[in-house]
Design a protein around this ligand. Structure first.
Ligand SMILES: [Mg+2]
Length: 367
């Protein structure tokens, strides 16, 4: 399957063309079919009312254009919408404890050009809050633990930062984790928590690379080095095309001088990370263990994310019989089994999940 979408056309609400509209109607019908939806027999006003209350539609909001292409329709058949499959998911979770894992950027917040301003909306915060009141909930992000907490600001949620290299959770019951990397602390409500930092030995080297890289890149306009404690994110979204080569050269030079580190690529970002066998999937397993859900027969983990680094968590969920959901509006190769198009659909999904949780108190799990 091609990873590059080939939009048949873009249709803007403000400039409808009758011939394009007919094509759109036919394609939309196929799209609904692929999403497992029947054609609605409700009146338009009923549909709009339901949409306002039940479902946040990610498309055609405020003049936003909607792109529909055949590749996406085919991909959607393989990765059905988690909204249209909601009842199937609930049936699959019967008798098990739902545990919710969420990425942050691009999942709970929109991708923005300034990474310091990737704020989540109040509505999304309320949705995460409500879900965390029903089910154990954790956010696993590439940001530092402190930064992701400062964005989310919810005490009821567990956090894992630096791609899982800094995880805050209850004291672990499983003795297989090296206590040397456990730091005892207290959360904002005075509860004892443990911060697990499996890459702690690398911290002095990360600090050194950070200061050297900042010095060496100070003359490259537009580059931004984000310190995420155990990994460094070099954002080049605002760097001129002709200067990009210098950015990558400097990063590569750091890797030559620090062979215990490696580079990964993201959306307009290069990341320098310690080369340890630990990723978001490991952080997910660690949190399940510390939360008391070692037995995969008793737990139904849901993970929602949009990054390449989330694939490690999707892989774990496929092995454990969980529910991996990718956030994407274009076809992508992924280990996820289900999809949501954007953070607005994530919000809809979380709202629906918490409503179900509140209505089914025997299956929810207040913390
Ligand atoms: Mg993300």
């Amino acid at each position: 399957m091609s990873l590059h979408p080939h939009p048949l056309f873009l249709l803007n609400k403000s400039s409808p063309d009758p011939s394009q509209l007919m094509v759109l109607v036919r394609i939309a019908a196929k799209l609904y079919e692929a999403m497992g939806m029947k054609r609605s027999t409700r009146s338009r006003s009923e549909s709009m009312s339901k949409s306002r209350h039940d479902h946040v539609d990610g498309g055609c909001r405020g003049g936003e254009s909607i792109a529909i292409d055949q590749n996406y329709i085919s991909w959607l058949k393989e990765h059905p919408s988690a909204l249209s499959s909601f009842h199937h998911m609930i049936n699959a979770s019967k008798g098990k404890q739902i545990v919710v894992f969420l990425d942050y950027d691009g999942t709970l917040s929109p991708i923005v050009s300034d990474p310091e301003r990737a704020f989540m909306s109040d509505e999304m915060r309320a949705a995460v809050h409500d879900v965390s009141n029903c089910f154990p909930t954790a956010i696993i992000s590439g940001r530092s633990l402190k930064k992701v907490f400062d964005f989310v600001k919810l005490n009821e949620v567990y956090y894992s930062g630096s791609h899982g290299m800094e995880t805050m959770g209850p004291p672990p019951k499983n003795k297989s984790y090296d206590s040397k990397y456990h730091q005892r602390s207290f959360d904002n409500e005075g509860n004892e928590v443990i911060i697990f930092q499996p890459a702690l030995d690398f911290l002095p080297a990360v600090r050194k690379i950070s200061s050297e890289l900042t010095e060496r890149m100070k003359n490259i306009q537009g580059v931004m080095i984000e310190d995420n404690k155990f990994c460094l994110s070099v954002h080049y979204r605002h760097v001129k095309d002709e200067d990009y080569g210098r950015v990558e050269e400097e990063v590569q030079l750091m890797l030559v001088n620090n062979p215990d580190f490696h580079m990964t690529r993201g959306n307009k970002v290069l990341e320098i990370r310690p080369s340890i066998q630990w990723n978001k999937g490991d952080a997910l397993k660690y949190l399940l263990d510390t939360l008391g859900f070692q037995n995969s027969h008793d737990v139904f983990p849901i993970y929602i994310g949009d990054d390449r680094t989330d694939e490690d968590a999707f892989k774990v969920l496929r092995e454990r019989g969980g529910y991996p959901i990718i956030v994407s509006s274009t076809p992508r190769e992924t280990m996820a089994l289900h999809s949501l198009r954007n953070p607005l659909e994530v919000q809809s999904f979380l709202v629906r999940l918490s409503r179900w949780g509140f209505d089914s108190p025997t299956t929810s799990h207040p913390q």
